[in-house]
Design a protein around this ligand. Structure first.
Ligand SMILES: Nc1ncnc2c1ncn2[C@@H]1O[C@H](COP(=O)(O)OP(=O)(O)OP(=O)(O)O)[C@@H](O)[C@H]1O
Length: 239
C-alpha cells in the first residue's frame, strides 16, 4: 500500500489549472523528489497534501486513509510533517529551547533531555545548543527546522527546497541526514532544484510541468530523458 497517493488531483486558481489530473504514488520507506521548472505547481501540490489548499477534484490517500478533506492538524496527527523553505524557528530562543518546545508535549524529564541531545547530535548542532536560534548560519537554521519537523517522528516528511541557499558541504550533509532518516523508516517527499542533491537522496523522481505529471522514474531515467531536458531550456540555476 502506498504511503501517499493522489488520484486525478485537480486544483484551479481562477482560470489557471495549477494541478492537472495528477496521479502520484510513493511507497513507504521511499525518498521521492518532485522537480519541475518554476511555476510547475510543486508548492501547490505540497499544500494540497498538507491540506492548506483543498482540491477542486480528485483524491489524496495517505497510509490507506482518504485525507482529501481532512484538516491540516488531522494530517499532522496521522504522521505527516513538513519543513518549509522559510524557517519557522523561534529566533529569540536558544537552539536547545526550540527543540524542547517541539518535544515537550510528548516527553518530559530525563527522556526529554536525552531526546534533545540525540537530535542536537543528529543535526550537527551540539556545539550551538546554547546559541540563540536567530544567530545560527542559514544552513544551521534549516537543520534546526528539520529537527522541529522530525521531533514528533513523522511517517512522511515533506521538505520544500531543503537545500536552498546552502553551501555544497551543507547540502551534502543535509542529504546524509535525509538518508539516515530514511534508514530509520521515514518516507520523504522533497521539492528540490539541486540535481546533485536529488541524485544523492532520491529513489524515484516525479517531474511536474504545467501542473501535470510530465515524467516519472529513477534519477538516471529522468536525466536521460530529452523531453525533460527540453522543458528546462532557457532556465538558469536549474537542473
Ligand atoms: N494562491 C494562489 N493564487 C493564485 N495563483 C497561484 C497561487 N499559488 C500559486 N499560484 C500560481 O500557480 C502556479 C504554480 O505555482 P507553484 O508555486 O505551485 O509552482 P512551483 O512549481 O512551486 O514554482 P517554484 O519552483 O517557482 O516555487 C504559478 O503560476 C503560480 O503563480
Amino acid at each position: 500500500m502506498a504511503i501517499l497517493q493522489t488520484r486525478g488531483l485537480d486544483k484551479w486558481f481562477g482560470g489557471l489549472h495549477v494541478t492537472d489530473n495528477v496521479d502520484f504514488s510513493m511507497q513507504p520507506g521511499e525518498v521521492h523528489c518532485l522537480i519541475g521548472p518554476n511555476g510547475a505547481g510543486k508548492s501547490t501540490f505540497f499544500r494540497l497534501v498538507l491540506g492548506e489548499h483543498l482540491p477542486n477534484g480528485g483524491a489524496i490517500l495517505y497510509d490507506g486513509a482518504d485525507i482529501t478533506r481532512a484538516k491540516s492538524y488531522q494530517r499532522i496527527r496521522r504522521g505527516i510533517s513538513v519543513k518549509f523553505q522559510v524557517p519557522g524557528i523561534f529566533k529569540a530562543l536558544k537552539v536547545r529551547q526550540n527543540l524542547q518546545i517541539a518535544l515537550q508535549d510528548h516527553l518530559s524529564g530525563h527522556s526529554l533531555n536525552e531526546e534533545i541531545d540525540r537530535l542536537l547530535e543528529f543535526l550537527k548542532l551540539k556545539d550551538a545548543a546554547g546559541q540563540l536560534a536567530g544567530s545560527l548560519s542559514h544552513g544551521q537554521k534549516q537543520w534546526l527546522e528539520i529537527g522541529m519537523a522530525i521531533a514528533l517522528k513523522p511517517k512522511l516528511l515533506l521538505l520544500d527546497e531543503p537545500t536552498a541557499g546552502m553551501t555544497p558541504d551543507e547540502t551534502h550533509a543535509t542529504g546524509e541526514m535525509v538518508q539516515a532518516l530514511n534508514a530509520d523508516g521515514v518516507s520523504v517527499l522533497a521539492v528540490e532544484h539541486d540535481m546533485a542533491f536529488v541524485r544523492q537522496i532520491a529513489q524515484r523522481v516525479t517531474v511536474l510541468h504545467f501542473g501535470r505529471v510530465f515524467a516519472q522514474g529513477t534519477i538516471d531515467e529522468i536525466v536521460a530523458d530529452e523531453r525533460v531536458a527540453a522543458i528546462y531550456l532557457g532556465e538558469t540555476g536549474h537542473a
